[in-house]
Design a protein around this ligand. Structure first.
Ligand code: SF4
Ligand code: SF4
Length: 298
């Protein structure tokens, strides 16, 4: 149901070492898997280990996870973030993200687990959907071949591996609805994986703040778009603007593709010429102020 950390390493031993420190008694099966690889697994209410995987874990929350959970709980983004999340940094990057705040009981259990199972099952996070597949490297590619791969996690307490039901990884993802989450999160995953695989990319504090805001709080992003000079800075069709006003999921997808554009210059956003010139003038003015502080202008 839920376990693996979000790791973007390209080396399986590296991944194994990283995850073993974080998942008690875990076994990362040392092989790369593809969408066509097969595994035997079944998880169902009534299995002896039911809900054992829902405590003592770290669940990173993707933008679509937060969107689905806060909607499910009828909360605002601020309320959800305050009640159910903590902030952490994605390994080997400076990127700040939200993780689920676990209960402070003996086993650090998930706030949504009961004896009957997950109370937010239809909207459970992506990490829970992928398990026992490591979600952290699901879109990671091998540097030489560029092929996506996955890993399998076999923990002692998880009896689902003893079942006979056989799946390909792709069938498992579709059955669990992970593919829908992946499609919405696509631009965000590209940002994260690029930050990790390119090594330590240096982001400014402003970029990191933007990353966190867009990754976790669509209410803040909405204000940013509609209550700042954002719409004057980009060429955006009026019908797209209308859609963004009325369709929260469209706004989420837009926010993630804009984030990718603003951090890496990838995508087809068009900056208005006057906005570009204004920004350039502001940067030059700021440089002059800076120069005045350190010494006279020549
Ligand atoms: S969200 Fe649901 S599936 Fe995920 S850890 Fe919590 S109770 Fe388990
Ligand atoms: S089979 Fe594995 S995933 Fe399912 S409830 Fe048991 S421990 Fe969790």
């Amino acid at each position: 149901m839920a376990t693996a950390d979000n790791n973007g390493s390209t080396d399986i031993n590296d991944i194994k070492k990283h995850l073993e420190g974080k998942i008690e008694k875990s076994v990362i099966v040392p092989e790369y898997l593809t969408g066509k690889s097969k595994m035997k697994f079944r998880c169902y209410p009534g299995i002896a280990c039911f809900t054992k995987c829902c405590s003592g874990i770290k669940i990173f929350l993707s933008p679509y996870d937060i969107y689905r959970l806060k909607k499910r709980l009828g909360m605002t983004y601020d309320e959800f973030l305050l009640t159910h999340t903590l902030q952490t940094v994605i390994d080997r990057s400076q990127l700040p993200v939200a993780v689920m705040k676990m209960k402070e009981d003996e086993t650090r259990s998930c706030p949504f687990v009961t004896k009957e199972g997950c109370t937010v099952y239809e909207d459970r996070p992506l990490t829970c959907r992928y398990y026992p597949i490591g979600m952290g490297i699901m879109k990671q590619f091998d540097k030489e071949t560029g092929t996506n791969f996955f890993i399998k996690i076999k923990e002692d307490h998880c009896l689902g591996h003893n079942e006979d039901k056989e799946w390909t990884i792709d069938e498992w993802r579709a059955d669990q609805g992970s593919d829908v989450y992946d499609a919405v999160n696509d631009d965000w995953m590209e940002i994260v994986l690029k930050a990790k695989t390119l090594g330590m990319v240096e982001f400014s504090q402003k970029s990191l703040d933007l990353f966190f805001m867009v990754s976790t709080n669509l209410d803040s992003f909405r204000k940013f778009v509609f209550e700042s000079r954002f719409l004057q800075a980009y060429e955006i069709e009026p019908e797209v603007i209308e859609k963004l006003k009325n369709d929260e999921l469209e706004l989420l997808k837009f926010s993630l593709s804009w984030l990718r554009f603003t951090l890496y210059g990838e995508g087809d956003f068009k900056v208005r010429e006057d906005a570009r010139k204004e920004a350039q003038a502001r940067r030059q003015a700021a440089m002059k102020v800076e120069r005045k502080v350190v010494g006279p202008e020549i």
